[in-house]
Write a protein that binds this ligand. Structure first.
Ligand SMILES: *Cc1c(COP(=O)(O)O)cnc(C)c1O
Length: 403
Protein backbone atom coordinates (compact mmCIF):
# COMPACT_ATOMS: atom_id res chain seq x y z
CA UNK A 1 0.00 0.00 0.00
CA UNK A 2 2.68 2.51 -0.95
CA UNK A 3 0.46 4.66 -3.10
CA UNK A 4 -2.12 5.36 -0.43
CA UNK A 5 -2.80 9.06 0.09
CA UNK A 6 -0.95 10.44 3.11
CA UNK A 7 -3.19 11.13 6.06
CA UNK A 8 -4.51 14.61 5.67
CA UNK A 9 -5.20 16.70 8.74
CA UNK A 10 -8.84 16.00 9.42
CA UNK A 11 -9.64 19.62 10.20
CA UNK A 12 -8.61 20.77 6.73
CA UNK A 13 -11.92 19.59 5.37
CA UNK A 14 -14.30 22.49 5.74
CA UNK A 15 -16.81 21.79 8.46
CA UNK A 16 -18.69 25.07 8.36
CA UNK A 17 -21.33 25.92 5.83
CA UNK A 18 -22.33 29.51 5.19
CA UNK A 19 -25.01 30.80 7.52
CA UNK A 20 -24.72 34.55 7.13
CA UNK A 21 -24.21 36.95 4.26
CA UNK A 22 -20.74 37.10 2.76
CA UNK A 23 -19.48 40.22 4.57
CA UNK A 24 -20.38 38.58 7.88
CA UNK A 25 -18.93 35.16 7.06
CA UNK A 26 -15.65 36.61 5.78
CA UNK A 27 -14.90 38.30 9.11
CA UNK A 28 -16.11 35.36 11.22
CA UNK A 29 -13.33 32.81 11.67
CA UNK A 30 -14.11 29.60 13.51
CA UNK A 31 -11.39 29.32 16.15
CA UNK A 32 -13.47 27.36 18.64
CA UNK A 33 -10.84 24.64 18.99
CA UNK A 34 -8.29 27.05 20.47
CA UNK A 35 -7.27 25.85 23.98
CA UNK A 36 -6.93 29.45 25.24
CA UNK A 37 -9.78 31.05 23.27
CA UNK A 38 -7.36 33.23 21.35
CA UNK A 39 -9.23 35.87 19.34
CA UNK A 40 -6.69 35.65 16.50
CA UNK A 41 -5.64 32.24 15.21
CA UNK A 42 -2.06 31.68 16.49
CA UNK A 43 0.93 31.14 14.23
CA UNK A 44 2.17 27.59 14.76
CA UNK A 45 5.76 28.33 13.79
CA UNK A 46 6.92 24.75 13.99
CA UNK A 47 8.21 22.25 11.45
CA UNK A 48 7.38 19.12 13.45
CA UNK A 49 4.81 17.90 15.96
CA UNK A 50 5.63 15.38 18.70
CA UNK A 51 3.65 12.17 18.67
CA UNK A 52 2.22 10.46 21.75
CA UNK A 53 2.97 6.89 20.67
CA UNK A 54 5.62 5.02 18.70
CA UNK A 55 3.19 4.52 15.84
CA UNK A 56 2.47 8.26 15.79
CA UNK A 57 -1.01 9.01 14.61
CA UNK A 58 -1.52 12.61 15.70
CA UNK A 59 -3.45 14.99 13.46
CA UNK A 60 -0.23 16.83 12.56
CA UNK A 61 3.27 15.45 12.27
CA UNK A 62 5.23 17.63 9.84
CA UNK A 63 4.36 21.11 8.54
CA UNK A 64 4.87 20.25 4.86
CA UNK A 65 1.94 17.82 5.28
CA UNK A 66 -0.16 20.00 7.55
CA UNK A 67 0.00 22.86 10.02
CA UNK A 68 -2.84 24.19 12.21
CA UNK A 69 -2.48 27.80 11.03
CA UNK A 70 -2.67 26.65 7.41
CA UNK A 71 -5.67 24.45 8.24
CA UNK A 72 -7.52 27.43 9.71
CA UNK A 73 -7.03 29.63 6.67
CA UNK A 74 -7.96 26.71 4.39
CA UNK A 75 -11.20 26.07 6.27
CA UNK A 76 -12.07 29.73 6.22
CA UNK A 77 -11.38 30.06 2.49
CA UNK A 78 -13.36 26.90 1.71
CA UNK A 79 -16.34 28.49 3.45
CA UNK A 80 -16.20 31.77 1.54
CA UNK A 81 -15.44 30.07 -1.81
CA UNK A 82 -18.31 27.56 -1.43
CA UNK A 83 -15.67 24.84 -1.80
CA UNK A 84 -15.73 21.35 -0.34
CA UNK A 85 -12.04 21.83 0.33
CA UNK A 86 -9.57 24.72 -0.02
CA UNK A 87 -5.78 24.46 -0.11
CA UNK A 88 -3.20 27.22 0.18
CA UNK A 89 0.20 27.28 -1.52
CA UNK A 90 3.07 29.71 -1.95
CA UNK A 91 1.78 31.70 -4.95
CA UNK A 92 -0.97 31.89 -7.54
CA UNK A 93 1.33 30.28 -10.09
CA UNK A 94 2.09 27.57 -7.53
CA UNK A 95 -1.68 26.95 -7.39
CA UNK A 96 -1.87 26.53 -11.16
CA UNK A 97 1.22 24.30 -11.10
CA UNK A 98 -0.51 22.01 -8.59
CA UNK A 99 -3.68 21.92 -10.70
CA UNK A 100 -1.85 21.20 -13.96
CA UNK A 101 -0.14 18.21 -12.34
CA UNK A 102 -3.51 16.47 -12.63
CA UNK A 103 -2.82 16.39 -16.40
CA UNK A 104 -0.85 13.44 -17.81
CA UNK A 105 1.45 13.62 -20.83
CA UNK A 106 -0.62 13.36 -24.01
CA UNK A 107 -3.72 14.91 -22.44
CA UNK A 108 -4.83 18.40 -23.40
CA UNK A 109 -5.80 21.72 -21.89
CA UNK A 110 -8.20 24.22 -23.44
CA UNK A 111 -7.66 27.80 -22.30
CA UNK A 112 -8.60 31.35 -23.19
CA UNK A 113 -6.63 33.64 -25.47
CA UNK A 114 -6.33 36.60 -23.08
CA UNK A 115 -4.65 34.92 -20.14
CA UNK A 116 -2.53 36.19 -17.30
CA UNK A 117 1.09 36.37 -18.56
CA UNK A 118 2.44 33.89 -16.01
CA UNK A 119 -0.30 31.38 -16.90
CA UNK A 120 0.74 31.61 -20.51
CA UNK A 121 4.36 30.97 -19.55
CA UNK A 122 3.48 27.86 -17.51
CA UNK A 123 1.27 26.45 -20.30
CA UNK A 124 4.08 27.02 -22.82
CA UNK A 125 6.48 25.17 -20.52
CA UNK A 126 4.05 22.25 -20.19
CA UNK A 127 3.72 21.99 -23.96
CA UNK A 128 7.50 21.95 -24.45
CA UNK A 129 8.61 19.71 -21.63
CA UNK A 130 5.60 17.59 -20.63
CA UNK A 131 3.83 16.94 -23.94
CA UNK A 132 0.71 18.67 -22.65
CA UNK A 133 -0.79 20.71 -25.44
CA UNK A 134 -2.97 23.77 -24.83
CA UNK A 135 -5.55 24.97 -27.34
CA UNK A 136 -6.15 28.71 -26.97
CA UNK A 137 -9.66 29.72 -27.91
CA UNK A 138 -11.85 32.80 -27.69
CA UNK A 139 -13.77 31.89 -24.54
CA UNK A 140 -16.14 34.85 -25.01
CA UNK A 141 -17.89 32.64 -27.58
CA UNK A 142 -18.89 29.50 -25.68
CA UNK A 143 -19.41 27.47 -28.87
CA UNK A 144 -15.80 27.97 -29.94
CA UNK A 145 -14.82 25.33 -27.38
CA UNK A 146 -16.87 22.55 -29.01
CA UNK A 147 -14.42 21.50 -31.77
CA UNK A 148 -11.61 21.09 -29.23
CA UNK A 149 -13.42 18.95 -26.67
CA UNK A 150 -12.26 15.34 -26.95
CA UNK A 151 -11.39 12.35 -24.80
CA UNK A 152 -7.93 13.90 -24.44
CA UNK A 153 -9.31 17.03 -22.77
CA UNK A 154 -8.35 17.11 -19.10
CA UNK A 155 -8.61 20.79 -18.08
CA UNK A 156 -10.61 23.73 -19.38
CA UNK A 157 -9.02 26.85 -17.97
CA UNK A 158 -11.06 30.05 -17.82
CA UNK A 159 -10.60 33.59 -16.58
CA UNK A 160 -13.60 35.88 -16.30
CA UNK A 161 -13.13 38.78 -16.56
CA UNK A 162 -9.85 38.33 -18.38
CA UNK A 163 -7.00 40.62 -17.69
CA UNK A 164 -6.19 43.12 -19.14
CA UNK A 165 -8.89 43.11 -21.87
CA UNK A 166 -11.76 42.43 -19.44
CA UNK A 167 -13.43 39.79 -21.61
CA UNK A 168 -16.17 37.66 -20.05
CA UNK A 169 -16.60 33.88 -20.33
CA UNK A 170 -19.96 32.20 -19.79
CA UNK A 171 -18.91 29.86 -16.97
CA UNK A 172 -22.26 27.97 -16.65
CA UNK A 173 -22.61 27.29 -20.39
CA UNK A 174 -19.00 26.24 -20.91
CA UNK A 175 -19.15 24.02 -17.79
CA UNK A 176 -22.28 22.35 -19.17
CA UNK A 177 -20.64 21.68 -22.55
CA UNK A 178 -17.54 20.24 -20.91
CA UNK A 179 -19.37 18.03 -18.42
CA UNK A 180 -21.74 16.67 -21.07
CA UNK A 181 -19.01 15.78 -23.55
CA UNK A 182 -15.92 15.09 -21.40
CA UNK A 183 -16.73 13.42 -18.08
CA UNK A 184 -13.02 13.19 -17.30
CA UNK A 185 -12.37 16.91 -17.78
CA UNK A 186 -12.32 19.56 -15.05
CA UNK A 187 -13.44 23.16 -15.50
CA UNK A 188 -10.95 25.40 -13.73
CA UNK A 189 -11.55 29.12 -13.18
CA UNK A 190 -8.88 31.64 -12.23
CA UNK A 191 -11.10 33.90 -10.11
CA UNK A 192 -8.35 36.29 -8.98
CA UNK A 193 -9.89 39.35 -10.64
CA UNK A 194 -13.25 39.01 -8.90
CA UNK A 195 -12.46 37.45 -5.52
CA UNK A 196 -15.02 35.13 -3.89
CA UNK A 197 -16.91 38.19 -2.66
CA UNK A 198 -18.07 39.11 -6.16
CA UNK A 199 -18.04 35.75 -7.95
CA UNK A 200 -17.95 32.11 -6.85
CA UNK A 201 -17.25 29.87 -9.87
CA UNK A 202 -17.96 26.66 -7.94
CA UNK A 203 -21.59 27.84 -7.64
CA UNK A 204 -21.63 28.44 -11.40
CA UNK A 205 -20.61 24.94 -12.48
CA UNK A 206 -16.80 24.94 -12.27
CA UNK A 207 -14.93 22.05 -10.62
CA UNK A 208 -11.94 24.03 -9.37
CA UNK A 209 -11.57 27.72 -8.62
CA UNK A 210 -8.19 29.23 -7.82
CA UNK A 211 -6.81 32.60 -6.82
CA UNK A 212 -3.63 34.47 -6.54
CA UNK A 213 -3.92 35.20 -2.82
CA UNK A 214 -1.33 37.89 -3.46
CA UNK A 215 -4.12 40.11 -4.81
CA UNK A 216 -7.54 40.87 -3.24
CA UNK A 217 -7.58 38.03 -0.71
CA UNK A 218 -4.61 39.42 1.22
CA UNK A 219 -5.14 42.97 -0.02
CA UNK A 220 -1.94 44.69 1.10
CA UNK A 221 0.82 43.46 -1.24
CA UNK A 222 2.75 42.13 1.72
CA UNK A 223 2.48 38.43 0.93
CA UNK A 224 2.49 35.91 -1.91
CA UNK A 225 -0.03 33.06 -1.80
CA UNK A 226 -2.16 30.85 -3.99
CA UNK A 227 -5.55 29.39 -3.09
CA UNK A 228 -7.28 26.40 -4.69
CA UNK A 229 -10.88 25.44 -3.97
CA UNK A 230 -12.43 22.22 -5.21
CA UNK A 231 -16.06 21.27 -5.56
CA UNK A 232 -15.53 17.67 -4.52
CA UNK A 233 -13.53 16.03 -1.76
CA UNK A 234 -12.04 13.57 -4.28
CA UNK A 235 -10.42 16.29 -6.40
CA UNK A 236 -9.39 18.04 -3.16
CA UNK A 237 -7.55 14.88 -2.09
CA UNK A 238 -5.71 14.66 -5.42
CA UNK A 239 -4.61 18.28 -5.12
CA UNK A 240 -3.55 17.80 -1.51
CA UNK A 241 -1.45 14.82 -2.58
CA UNK A 242 0.47 17.01 -5.06
CA UNK A 243 1.01 19.76 -2.46
CA UNK A 244 2.36 17.30 0.10
CA UNK A 245 4.48 15.54 -2.51
CA UNK A 246 6.04 18.73 -3.87
CA UNK A 247 6.16 20.76 -0.65
CA UNK A 248 4.54 24.00 -1.80
CA UNK A 249 2.08 24.45 1.08
CA UNK A 250 1.89 27.98 2.50
CA UNK A 251 4.12 28.68 5.54
CA UNK A 252 2.52 29.24 8.97
CA UNK A 253 3.35 32.96 9.03
CA UNK A 254 2.04 33.60 5.52
CA UNK A 255 -1.08 31.55 6.30
CA UNK A 256 -1.67 33.83 9.26
CA UNK A 257 -1.14 36.98 7.17
CA UNK A 258 -3.58 35.68 4.55
CA UNK A 259 -6.21 34.95 7.21
CA UNK A 260 -5.70 38.42 8.68
CA UNK A 261 -5.95 40.12 5.29
CA UNK A 262 -8.98 38.28 3.97
CA UNK A 263 -11.22 39.43 6.85
CA UNK A 264 -11.44 42.93 5.33
CA UNK A 265 -12.10 41.67 1.78
CA UNK A 266 -15.71 42.88 1.60
CA UNK A 267 -15.08 46.41 2.91
CA UNK A 268 -11.99 46.84 0.72
CA UNK A 269 -13.75 45.60 -2.38
CA UNK A 270 -16.86 47.73 -1.79
CA UNK A 271 -14.73 50.86 -1.61
CA UNK A 272 -12.39 49.93 -4.47
CA UNK A 273 -15.25 48.97 -6.74
CA UNK A 274 -17.28 52.13 -6.04
CA UNK A 275 -14.25 54.28 -6.90
CA UNK A 276 -13.49 52.22 -10.00
CA UNK A 277 -17.04 52.76 -11.30
CA UNK A 278 -16.56 56.54 -10.87
CA UNK A 279 -13.24 56.44 -12.71
CA UNK A 280 -14.58 54.24 -15.53
CA UNK A 281 -17.43 56.69 -16.12
CA UNK A 282 -15.03 59.66 -16.04
CA UNK A 283 -12.71 58.09 -18.64
CA UNK A 284 -15.60 57.07 -20.89
CA UNK A 285 -16.97 60.63 -20.68
CA UNK A 286 -13.58 61.91 -21.89
CA UNK A 287 -13.96 59.74 -25.00
CA UNK A 288 -11.52 56.92 -24.21
CA UNK A 289 -12.29 53.31 -25.08
CA UNK A 290 -12.75 51.81 -21.61
CA UNK A 291 -12.85 48.08 -20.83
CA UNK A 292 -14.89 47.55 -17.65
CA UNK A 293 -17.83 45.16 -17.14
CA UNK A 294 -19.65 47.75 -15.04
CA UNK A 295 -20.19 49.99 -18.08
CA UNK A 296 -23.36 49.56 -20.13
CA UNK A 297 -21.13 49.88 -23.20
CA UNK A 298 -19.29 46.65 -22.30
CA UNK A 299 -20.45 44.07 -24.88
CA UNK A 300 -20.93 41.42 -22.18
CA UNK A 301 -22.28 43.65 -19.41
CA UNK A 302 -25.37 41.48 -18.86
CA UNK A 303 -23.53 38.16 -18.94
CA UNK A 304 -21.09 39.40 -16.31
CA UNK A 305 -23.96 40.67 -14.14
CA UNK A 306 -25.61 37.25 -14.33
CA UNK A 307 -22.53 35.59 -12.79
CA UNK A 308 -21.05 38.19 -10.44
CA UNK A 309 -22.46 40.65 -7.93
CA UNK A 310 -20.23 43.51 -9.11
CA UNK A 311 -17.76 44.64 -11.79
CA UNK A 312 -14.65 44.68 -9.57
CA UNK A 313 -11.95 47.31 -9.33
CA UNK A 314 -9.71 46.78 -12.37
CA UNK A 315 -10.25 48.54 -15.69
CA UNK A 316 -8.22 49.14 -18.79
CA UNK A 317 -8.45 51.85 -21.40
CA UNK A 318 -6.93 52.75 -24.75
CA UNK A 319 -5.45 56.11 -25.63
CA UNK A 320 -4.63 55.40 -29.29
CA UNK A 321 -0.92 56.18 -28.86
CA UNK A 322 1.76 54.29 -26.91
CA UNK A 323 3.76 57.51 -26.34
CA UNK A 324 0.76 59.20 -24.75
CA UNK A 325 0.10 56.10 -22.64
CA UNK A 326 3.70 56.11 -21.37
CA UNK A 327 3.40 59.78 -20.44
CA UNK A 328 0.11 59.18 -18.60
CA UNK A 329 1.61 56.31 -16.61
CA UNK A 330 4.71 58.34 -15.76
CA UNK A 331 2.72 61.53 -15.10
CA UNK A 332 0.50 59.97 -12.44
CA UNK A 333 1.88 60.62 -8.97
CA UNK A 334 -0.62 58.98 -6.63
CA UNK A 335 -0.99 55.90 -8.82
CA UNK A 336 2.14 53.74 -8.41
CA UNK A 337 3.60 52.19 -11.52
CA UNK A 338 3.37 48.53 -10.61
CA UNK A 339 2.30 45.14 -11.85
CA UNK A 340 -0.30 43.25 -9.85
CA UNK A 341 -3.61 44.49 -8.40
CA UNK A 342 -5.92 43.95 -5.45
CA UNK A 343 -3.89 46.13 -3.11
CA UNK A 344 -5.28 48.95 -0.92
CA UNK A 345 -3.09 51.32 -2.95
CA UNK A 346 -3.96 52.31 -6.52
CA UNK A 347 -1.73 51.10 -9.33
CA UNK A 348 -1.22 52.01 -12.97
CA UNK A 349 0.56 49.98 -15.62
CA UNK A 350 0.99 49.25 -19.30
CA UNK A 351 0.36 45.48 -19.53
CA UNK A 352 2.26 45.01 -22.81
CA UNK A 353 5.39 46.53 -21.24
CA UNK A 354 5.01 44.94 -17.83
CA UNK A 355 2.78 42.04 -16.66
CA UNK A 356 2.22 40.68 -20.19
CA UNK A 357 5.67 41.37 -21.62
CA UNK A 358 6.43 37.63 -21.43
CA UNK A 359 3.88 37.07 -24.23
CA UNK A 360 5.78 37.55 -27.54
CA UNK A 361 4.84 40.72 -29.46
CA UNK A 362 3.40 38.76 -32.43
CA UNK A 363 1.17 36.70 -30.11
CA UNK A 364 0.00 39.90 -28.39
CA UNK A 365 -0.89 41.25 -31.83
CA UNK A 366 -2.69 38.02 -32.82
CA UNK A 367 -4.77 38.24 -29.65
CA UNK A 368 -5.42 41.95 -30.34
CA UNK A 369 -3.83 43.15 -27.13
CA UNK A 370 -3.39 46.90 -27.79
CA UNK A 371 0.16 48.09 -27.11
CA UNK A 372 -1.19 51.43 -25.80
CA UNK A 373 -3.48 49.79 -23.23
CA UNK A 374 -3.31 51.24 -19.72
CA UNK A 375 -4.54 49.24 -16.76
CA UNK A 376 -5.82 50.90 -13.60
CA UNK A 377 -6.19 48.97 -10.37
CA UNK A 378 -8.14 51.10 -7.95
CA UNK A 379 -7.30 51.17 -4.24
CA UNK A 380 -9.03 52.64 -1.17
CA UNK A 381 -7.72 56.22 -1.37
CA UNK A 382 -10.17 59.13 -1.61
CA UNK A 383 -11.58 58.88 -5.11
CA UNK A 384 -11.41 62.68 -5.62
CA UNK A 385 -7.62 62.53 -5.20
CA UNK A 386 -7.40 59.61 -7.61
CA UNK A 387 -9.48 61.47 -10.21
CA UNK A 388 -7.52 64.72 -9.83
CA UNK A 389 -4.20 62.92 -10.19
CA UNK A 390 -5.38 61.01 -13.24
CA UNK A 391 -6.75 64.17 -14.81
CA UNK A 392 -3.46 66.08 -14.45
CA UNK A 393 -1.62 63.09 -15.97
CA UNK A 394 -4.06 63.06 -18.92
CA UNK A 395 -3.41 66.78 -19.48
CA UNK A 396 0.41 66.69 -19.27
CA UNK A 397 0.55 63.62 -21.52
CA UNK A 398 -1.36 65.40 -24.26
CA UNK A 399 -4.26 62.90 -24.09
CA UNK A 400 -6.53 65.79 -23.10
CA UNK A 401 -5.88 69.40 -24.20
CA UNK A 402 -3.69 71.23 -21.67
CA UNK A 403 -5.66 73.46 -19.34
C1 LIG B 1 -1.24 37.51 -10.19
C2 LIG B 1 -2.07 36.56 -10.92
C3 LIG B 1 -1.72 35.21 -11.00
C4 LIG B 1 -0.45 34.67 -10.41
O1 LIG B 1 -0.39 34.78 -9.03
P1 LIG B 1 0.97 34.96 -8.22
O2 LIG B 1 0.52 35.02 -6.80
O3 LIG B 1 1.62 36.21 -8.71
O4 LIG B 1 1.82 33.78 -8.52
C5 LIG B 1 -2.57 34.36 -11.69
N1 LIG B 1 -3.69 34.80 -12.27
C6 LIG B 1 -4.06 36.09 -12.23
C7 LIG B 1 -5.31 36.53 -12.91
C8 LIG B 1 -3.25 37.01 -11.57
O5 LIG B 1 -3.60 38.28 -11.55
Amino acid sequence: MTDILPASPTASVASTTRKYRFATEVVTVDNSDDPHNAASVPIYQTATFKQKTATGSGEYDYSRSGNPTRTHVENHLAKIMSAERALVVTSGMGALDVITRLVSAGEEIIAGDDLYGGTNRLLTFLAKSQNVKTHHIDTTKSDSILPYLSDKTRLVLLESPTNPLIKISDIPTISKYVHERCPNALVVVDNTMMSPYLQRPLELGADISYHSGTKYLSGHHDLMAGVIGSKTAAVGDELYYVINATGCGLSPFDSWLLLRGVKTLAVRMDKQQASCIRIANYLEDQGFKVHFPGLRSHPQHDLHASMASGPGAVLSFETGDTGISERIVEGAKLWSISVSFGCVNSLISMPCRMSHASIPAHVRAERSLPEDLIRLCVGIEDVEDLLEDLEQALHISGALPSK
